[in-house]
Design a protein around this ligand. Structure first.
Ligand code: BES
Ligand code: MN
Ligand code: ZN
Length: 508
């Protein structure tokens, strides 16, 4: 889809549909909506007076214009109450509106910059939110659909802004929104791809392609190198599969002044999780193709970072493997040794994600990454706690998580912190090894996080459990049924903010 911004009066724009917006309870629209209302001889105010348009969040009223304006239709979008308005309302309502426009076959849609006037958002940020909401909401994964009629597509989004002086900022916002959304698409695509087309080798190929596109360094460690290095935990998981594991390393070097300061992003890349010998039930197992969503989010965030070029160094680590049952698979009770030398009793082969991350976090520490943020579809228990709304967040370093939470407040991807008090640690105690890979039923997400803490050790670290938020069962707002691409935008925002913070400090 092409996205552009032009300096023009909303009443002068030519399109299949022009979207204007209204806060709840407004009786006489002003700004662009008011201008369009006047051009339509007060049609919008009449519909408000009749009670058909209320301005409720998600409300969309279509008015056919029949020649009174150069656009074919006007869509009046409700933004809800002004006091609860924010960028997330823009993203959500633009996504819903864009899908409604696609349903009626509109190919060229135009919109004014809602939120920037009465809503109080910066013009650039409002434009970014419009681009993100529209693109993310129109996303569809149809790579393997060959024989259906191609559905109608929105080809162009035009932002009309009367003040030419705002145009530059608006265009920068649109460009940033486009990078954020398209990187999220990459994560969604990878994670929606069925496991027969997204093996560890396919993930490594995807990472190589991203490195090429975004100017990153890429290294893929093969099984024999992992053996030499002592990554016994990931190798234990990979043993059961005919597909060789890969350990993907993506490097972005944006700050030559501080080459040793490198932020680490670490993503679980289990391309299919059967549970291994501790086999999962058949019902719903197909969704375990998305068990590499954390790894996909790291590759996708690295793409955005490479394209946006902030002054900071970032390294992405993606340990990737299948988790299969077979005659070569690891067995419950096996003991493996992770890269940092700690021994792990594999009590349940279905707790495999933490095994991959044990080696990856140890490796991250070895090469001096700090802070490290890991992203993983780690526990079913996190869905019990937080559903599909919030990602669970855990940390050994509160300031880092606070910064990530601030980034999440900007992107609208919700995080909620859970505790990792020492008292929970004893649930991971093993009689025969340094630590056990299960901590029992109670506080399952917390004991999983505490298992990871054994490997991040003293490095400032945040763990994000996205098992509840990585996949959506239905389409709503800018989330489309299937993989969500969470938390790509937040990771990118965190890195951009960190780079800004550092350069401010250098100046001060
Ligand atoms: N990949 C799963 C977690 C998961 C469950 C993700 C549901 C998405 C939806 C993970 O590898 C797993 O199997 N975890 C086990 C851990 C248990 C054996 C300690 C779980 O949550 O049941
Ligand atoms: Mn599992
Ligand atoms: Zn898993």
């Amino acid at each position: 889809m092409r996205i552009r911004a032009i300096a023009r009066d909303a009443t002068k724009v030519r399109a299949d549909a022009l979207i204007v917006a209204l806060f709840q309870g407004v009786k006489r629209p002003d700004g662009a909506t008011g201008a369009v209302d006047r051009a339509l001889d007060g049609a919008i105010s009449k519909l408000i007076a009749d009670g058909e348009i209320k301005g409720k969040k998600g409300e969309l009223t279509l008015i056919h214009v029949f020649g009174n304006l150069p656009t074919s239709r006007v869509a009046v979008l409700g933004l809800g109450p002004r006091r609860s308005f924010n960028a997330e309302v823009v993203r959500t309502s633009m996504a819903e509106a864009a899908r409604a426009m696609r349903r009626i076959g509109a190919k060229r849609i135009a919109t004014v910059l809602h939120g920037a006037g009465a809503g109080g958002l910066e013009p650039g940020f409002a434009a970014q939110a419009i681009a993100e909401g529209t693109l993310l909401g129109l996303y569809a994964y149809r790579k393997q659909v060959k024989n259906a009629d191609a559905p109608s597509e929105v080809l162009e989004l035009t932002i009309v802004e009367t003040q030419r002086s705002k145009l530059r900022e608006v265009r920068d916002g649109l460009a940033l929104g486009q990078v954020m959304a398209e990187s999220t698409f990459l994560a969604r695509d990878m994670s929606n791809t069925p496991a027969n087309h997204m093996t560890p080798s396919d993930m490594a190929d995807a990472a190589r392609k991203v490195a090429e596109e975004a100017g990153l360094d890429v290294t893929v460690l093969e099984r024999d190198e992992m053996e030499r290095m002592g990554m016994g935990a990931i190798l234990g998981v990979a043993k059961g599969s005919a597909e060789p594991p890969k350990f993907i390393i993506l490097k972005y070097q944006g700050d030559g002044d501080a080459p040793d300061r490198v932020v680490g992003l670490v993503g679980k890349g289990v391309t299919f999780d059967t549970g291994g010998i501790s086999l999962k039930p058949a019902a719903g197992m197909a969704s375990m193709k998305t068990d590499m969503s954390g790894g996909a989010s790291v590759i996708a965030a690295m793409r955005a970072i490479g394209l946006l070029k902030p002054k900071i160094n970032v390294t992405g680590l993606v340990p990737t493997s299948e988790n299969m049952p077979s005659s070569t698979a690891q067995k419950p009770g096996d003991i493996v040794t992770a890269l940092n030398g700690k021994t792990i009793e594999v009590d349940n082969t279905d707790a495999e994600g933490r095994l991959l991350l044990a080696d990856a976090l140890s490796y991250g520490r070895q090469i001096g990454l700090s802070p490290m943020i890991d992203i993983a579809t780690l526990t079913g228990a996190i869905s019990v706690s937080l559903g599909n709304v919030c990602t669970g967040a855990f940390t050994n370093h509160q300031p880092t998580l606070n910064r990530l939470m601030r980034a999440a407040a900007v992107t609208g991807e919700k995080l909620w912190q859970l505790p990792i008090h020492d008292e929970y640690r004893e649930q991971n105690r093993s009689d025969v090894a340094d630590v056990k890979n299960t901590g029992g039923r109670n506080a399952g997400s917390i004991t999983a996080a505490l298992f990871l803490a054994e490997f991040s050790e003293s490095t400032p670290w945040v763990h994000l459990d996205i098992a509840g938020t990585a996949r959506m069962d239905s389409t709503k707002g800018y989330q489309v049924k299937g993989s969500s691409g969470v938390p790509v935008r937040t990771l990118v925002q965190f890195v951009l903010d960190s780079a800004n913070r550092r350069s401010r400090r250098r100046v001060a």
